[in-house]
Design a protein around this ligand. Structure first.
Ligand code: ZN
Ligand code: ZN
Length: 258
């Protein structure tokens, strides 16, 4: 903390890194950055004006209800044990990489579970928007978020002994990555998709075409889809996708995931 705090001064540091200010500034930065990208290379026409209020409400629910509730429930996740001391001797960069790989592997399987008959109800809200842009992927129900958190909690010992900003960096990266995978931008990059989920890759997962319901389920790394048979090459998919769950749902049940 020392160097940044000295550079900014204690008062400015405390102000900027208070959660309300930090995450408000982050939201502003995300809005400017992703909206600019979407204006430069939009994949589809999106009427921001007609959807933004819905998404701001969903975003507010996510920040002030879903995250705290899921975090509270996460305390009851069994199995959090510090890893053997030898793990803490690995270089930080390697531990961070292992954390993301392991957690993302778990996230993939939780997501697959959400697309089964028994868990689909708790994931429907995420798939309900009939449009895609950076804020369109903010919906997650409490049970969904709780389940998604589990692999991250189990992998967390990899980064347990880290600089003070690591938890913050992980929170920022997962937020920005969620914006990225939903943003309304055409991105043709096969080499990037060989490793990472891109917007067009994830948009196919949101398609209302039944053939796409259980494909491209990965969150960060596309390798899981190729390994476990849920991969569709975006080059082979018609770009004219439409989105949504194709049915009217009771909004309260949708938001609660029950
Ligand atoms: Zn899904
Ligand atoms: Zn999504």
């Amino acid at each position: 903390m020392g160097r940044i705090e000295t550079f900014l001064g204690k008062e400015l540091f405390n102000f900027l890194f208070s959660p309300a200010v930090f995450f408000s500034l982050l939201f502003l930065g995300r809005a400017v950055f992703f909206t600019t990208l979407e204006m430069v290379r939009p994949a589809r026409k999106v009427s921001y004006r007609s959807v933004i209020w819905n998404d701001l409400v969903a975003c507010g629910l996510y920040i002030f209800v879903v995250i705290p509730a899921a975090r509270y429930l996460s305390r009851f996740v069994p199995g959090y044990h510090p890893f053997p001391a030898s793990v803490s001797h690995l270089p930080l960069a390697l531990r961070v990489a292992l954390y993301f790989i392991l957690a993302d592997f778990g996230h993939y399987w939780v997501h697959r579970l959400h697309h089964t008959r028994y868990f689909w109800q708790m994931h429907k809200w995420h798939h309900s928007p009939t449009y895609m842009y950076w804020l369109g992927g903010v919906r997650a129900t409490i049970p969904q978020q709780f389940m998604v958190n589990v692999p991250y909690i189990l992998a967390y010992p990899f980064v347990d002994i880290s600089p003070w900003w690591m938890g913050l960096a992980i929170a920022v990266s997962s937020t920005v990555q969620n914006d990225w995978m939903h943003m309304n931008v055409t991105w043709r990059s096969n080499w990037l998709e060989w490793v990472f989920v891109t917007p067009r890759y994830h948009h196919i997962h949101h398609s209302d075409n039944p053939q796409h319901y259980t494909v491209n389920m990965a969150n960060l790394l596309t390798v899981w889809d190729r390994l476990f048979g849920t991969y569709i090459n975006p080059d082979k998919v018609d770009g004219k996708l439409s989105f949504g769950i194709g049915e009217q749902q009771n909004p309260v049940r949708l938001v609660l995931g029950i």
